[in-house]
Design a protein around this ligand. Structure first.
Ligand code: PRX
Length: 632
């Protein structure tokens, strides 16, 4: 794999990638195994949002993730599974073993009638079968739709129905810290409102009792045992869909981002190698969950495409104690460690003794992803984990981008706290001003857009191409709009300042305000609600809800109502979307056209009561005073 080793080489490569993108990407793509090569590197229409990469090429991504390593790496660990409980032994799954697992799972899916193009919904804890399930789908050309195992049954049902998944893969339960989660029970509930699912493949993990429905639900170990562990890879077109992954949007309906095969493979493989400077024999650990894009691209596909050893951790950073991450790093001699600012902040507030107990000298590169990393967390990470000796790669990207877009390259790009620094080769970020003009001077601040197509961009929103165009390609004609605001300093370094839309990032999770408000409004005592984010030391942002009660709700006990409202959110979305503060109000600040003026609520939530700007357009300016008085 092409590996950039110096700043000079980066600058040369970057210039070339912009001036000759066809040549640049085709050389990178040459490093993978193709059944048939492309006749054109790419076609791009930024107005209609139509993109093709590696036109007419044929491949199977699992041949690249697994089979191509079987000649010389078959006994090397591919997946290093670290269970939730430190008392349960870790499992080293070699490339050979992974191949057998994936092929057996692929044959099981075929046995259940899954074929190319069918959707398979995967709702599993972080166990090796999750990796096998994802890759098994890719093996046979089925489209995987992984749903994070913290989502509620209503959220799971919405995702199954949107994608019309035919088969569901889940487990009896899952371990998370000292909790056991009833995953199969949640699936059973979800499936009450889903017609498309014909079979449920159930993995045994916790051994807990679960209701199995005859003719629909199967134990994986039973139905797979007589099936072969050899399965020919399906021949896929480079543009055939690989997966759907849902992300929050500004309406209640989640957006099923659709990624395709060839471009995604080339980009995740290339960026993994460069951003983590992975060398053969290194142990790489990304602490994300495979239910998010970070897990798809940088626990599974990117590392496996490079023949890496990738750690899969089932547990949480605080169980059985706050030393868990550091213990794992010491024990397995982790070389690259990739986590989220929220995890860094939560561990930084605990005693340093948890860190100092362990030898972290194996670490070469530290990564951060998912939200802006604040200066304090950056320095703590640098000083106490990296011992001022490991570059921090602050990687900016999105579910929609498929892979890392802006990031330092270790030992190549000088780092700067809180800055994601420079774009990776082939990526052309720009800042646009309010007149939709590109800002060409530095320093600058504006809307972060991308000017040129790249291989791993999402191709559409499943079943709704117009929404894809409207969300990403309409605000600034001819550009992909990221939804983020950014600063650019004199050196051209980017610093992401945060979302510009109604998405709030809480503990690194993307949460749309609309679905949460919809869930709250389902409560019989609630008339209307509005959610905003406010700064939180650990989560980055926490949620603050302003709720108008119906007449019938006004004599209810407010604390009880708060509990019920949070339960409502938990049931509809999942515990990650619960509110930290709920204030009952008699009205919300609205414009004459009926739009809630969130800017005012945000200021109140942040405790900044100094200047509300122009509130003359409000229909009900008197409400502002009432809300300030009742502020929590
Ligand atoms: O606002 C940016 C923030 O996370 C958003 C994307 O969220 P999601 O699709 O869930 O993907 C997260 C993992 C790639 C972005 O629009 N974000 C992500 N990484 C960073 C970031 N904000 C600042 N700095 C980052 N490094």
């Amino acid at each position: 794999m092409v590996q950039i080793k110096s700043l000079e080489e980066y600058l040369k490569t970057y210039t070339r990638s912009v001036e000759q993108p066809e040549l640049f990407w085709s050389e990178i793509a040459e490093q993978f195994d193709w059944i048939q090569k492309w006749d054109k590197t790419f076609e791009s229409d930024m107005i209609k949002a139509e993109f093709k990469w590696f036109r007419n090429a044929k491949l199977n991504i699992t041949s690249n993730c697994i089979d191509r390593h079987l000649d010389n790496k078959s006994d090397q660990t591919a997946l290093l599974f670290v269970p939730n409980s430190p008392d349960e032994a870790a499992q080293k799954i070699t490339y050979k073993e992974l191949s057998l697992m994936v092929n057996r799972m692929a044959n099981t899916l075929k046995d259940l009638g899954v074929s190319k193009g069918d959707r398979v919904c995967i709702y599993l804890p972080m166990i090796p079968e999750l990796a096998a399930a994802v890759l098994a789908c890719a093996r046979i050309g089925a489209i995987h739709s992984v749903v994070f195992a913290g989502f509620s049954s209503t959220a799971v049902a919405a995702r199954i129905n949107d994608s019309s998944s035919k088969v569901m893969i889940t487990s009896d339960g899952g371990y998370r810290g000292n909790k056991t989660i009833d995953l199969k029970g949640i699936v059973n509930d979800a499936l009450k409102s889903c017609d498309s699912v014909e079979s449920v493949l159930t993995i045994k993990r916790t051994g807990q009792e679960t209701v199995m429905i005859e003719g629909r639900d199967y134990w994986y170990e039973d139905i797979s045992k007589n099936l072969s562990d050899e399965c020919e890879p399906e021949i896929m077109d480079a543009e055939d869909p690989l997966f759907i992954l849902y992300t929050s949007g500004s309406t209640g309906k989640p957006k099923g981002m659709l990624h395709s095969t060839g471009g995604y493979m080339v980009y995740t493989g290339f960026t993994f190698k460069n951003v983590f400077q992975y060398e053969s024999g290194d142990i790489y650990w990304c602490t994300a969950d495979i239910g998010w894009i970070t897990g798809h691209s940088y626990i599974l596909y990117g590392p496996l495409l490079n023949g890496a050893t990738t750690v899969m951790f089932e547990g949480v950073p605080s169980y059985p104690d706050f030393g868990r991450f550091w213990e794992i790093i010491e024990k397995y001699k982790v070389n690259q460690f990739y986590t989220a600012p929220t995890a860094i902040r939560s561990l930084a507030k605990e005693s340093l003794e948890w860190v100092e107990k362990y030898d972290l000298s194996s670490i070469k590169v530290l990564g951060s992803v998912g939200e802006p990393i604040n200066e304090e967390a950056w320095h703590w990470y640098d000083e106490h984990i990296g011992k001022r000796n490991c570059p921090i790669v602050d990687t900016w990207w999105q579910t929609e981008t498929g892979g890392i877009m802006i990031s330092p390259i270790p030992h190549v790009t000088p780092t700067k706290p809180t800055y994601a620094t420079l774009p990776l080769p082939g990526i052309q970020p720009v800042l646009l001003d309010e007149q939709h003009k590109e800002i060409t001077v530095n320093p600058a601040q504006g809307s972060l857009c991308i000017k040129h197509a790249w291989p791993s961009m999402a191709r559409t929103i499943w079943g709704d191409h117009q929404r894809y165009i409207d969300t990403y390609f309409s605000a600034y004609k001819g550009y992909y709009f990221t939804g983020d605001g950014a600063l650019r300093d004199d050196a051209g370094y980017y610093r992401i300042t945060g979302r510009m839309d109604d998405v709030i990032i809480v503990s690194g999770h993307n949460l749309g305000t609309a679905p949460i408000e919809d869930a709250i409004n389902e409560h019989p005592a609630v008339a209307e609600s509005a959610i905003i984010g406010f700064p939180h030391d650990i989560k980055g942002n926490a949620l603050y809800g302003f709720v108008i009660l119906k007449e019938s709700g006004t004599d209810r006990n407010q604390d009880e109502l708060r509990i019920e409202i949070n339960k409502m959110i938990s049931d509809h979305i999942g515990p990650i979307a619960k509110l930290d503060k709920i204030q009952f109000v008699s009205g919300l600040p609205k414009t004459r056209s009926g739009k809630i003026m969130r800017r005012i609520l945000r200021k109140i939530g942040e405790g900044d009561l100094s200047n509300f700007g122009d509130i003359s357009t409000l229909l009900n300016p008197e409400i502002v005073e009432e809300i300030i008085e009742g502020r929590l």
